[in-house]
Design a protein around this ligand. Structure first.
Ligand SMILES: CC(C)(COP(=O)(O)OP(=O)(O)OC[C@H]1O[C@@H](n2cnc3c(N)ncnc32)[C@H](O)[C@@H]1OP(=O)(O)O)[C@@H](O)C(=O)NCCC(=O)NCCS
Length: 209
């Protein structure tokens, strides 16, 4: 069995994740991209089709990281990788602060400057991007992306596959549904139902998805 990690994705987000993996002592053997991907990503050779995943698994690789920004695509490719028998690793910056009482799933990216406070729960496949803060007792569902510089106050709940745009703020106790899009720079002060896009200060519904 091979201990190197296979990174699925070969774009800008993958670059950040490769550096996170390297910083925590992992080495990355291959990226798996698409026909339009570059030949290498931060020096890692790129295989240009998802079908390569099965061959890599047969070749003895058993760890994967899904470095795709789109929540739904990340979720789908993670299902494919786990079905093939890959284990999903986390990629957590040494410059992030993660409470020892926080509960982290697998396949998670936590970028530099992020803070995850006491008893927060971060589910599988989440991205906690650069400088985002998630305060005590928050519950973040599967495959959520918290973009750079967001601030979630205590006890905020975010449903699976939701996206919280760059620089957004959410006041304590707010519940956000599944597949919600919060526009960049929004301030969310009340609960938001599923499959809704909200924007502004305070955030108001832009459209239902
Ligand atoms: C919210 C968002 C998804 C809307 O995208 P969209 O559905 O394509 O909407 P449009 O760009 O057509 O804008 C529709 C209206 O909403 C307004 N709007 C869009 N985003 C807004 C925002 N973040 N805050 C306030 N108003 C916003 C537009 O000005 C426009 O208003 P108008 O109809 O009066 O002209 C997008 O603008 C956004 O904020 N994305 C977040 C990106 C991000 O944070 N990426 C981080 C990557 S790590």
């Amino acid at each position: 069995m091979k201990s190197e990690v296979i990174v699925v994705g070969a774009g800008g987000h993958a670059k950040v994740c490769i550096e996170l993996l390297r910083a925590q002592g992992d080495s990355v053997a291959y990226c798996v991209g698409n026909p339009d991907s570059p030949d290498t990503c931060l020096g890692v050779p790129v295989l240009k089709n998802d079908e390569h995943l099965a061959a890599l698994r047969n070749d003895g690789y058993e760890k994967a990281f899904i470095a795709i920004g789109s929540n739904s695509v990340r979720n789908k490719l993670a299902a494919k990788a786990t079905q093939l028998g890959f284990g999903l690793v986390n990629a957590i910056s040494p410059a992030a602060v993660v409470s020892p009482s926080a509960n982290l799933g697998r396949g998670i990216a936590v970028m530099a400057g992020a803070v995850i406070n006491a008893e927060a729960k971060i589910s599988d496949l989440c991205i906690v991007n650069t400088g985002a803060t998630i305060d005590h007792d928050c519950v973040i569902g599967e495959a959520v992306h918290i973009a750079p510089q967001c601030a979630l106050a205590g006890n905020v709940h975010v449903g699976k596959l939701s996206f919280i745009g760059v620089g957004s703020k959410i006041i304590p106790e707010v519940h956000i549904g599944e597949s919600v899009m919060v526009g960049a720079g929004s301030v969310v002060i009340s609960n938001i139902g599923s499959a809704t896009t909200v924007v502004g200060v305070p955030a108001k519904v832009l459209h239902k998805i």
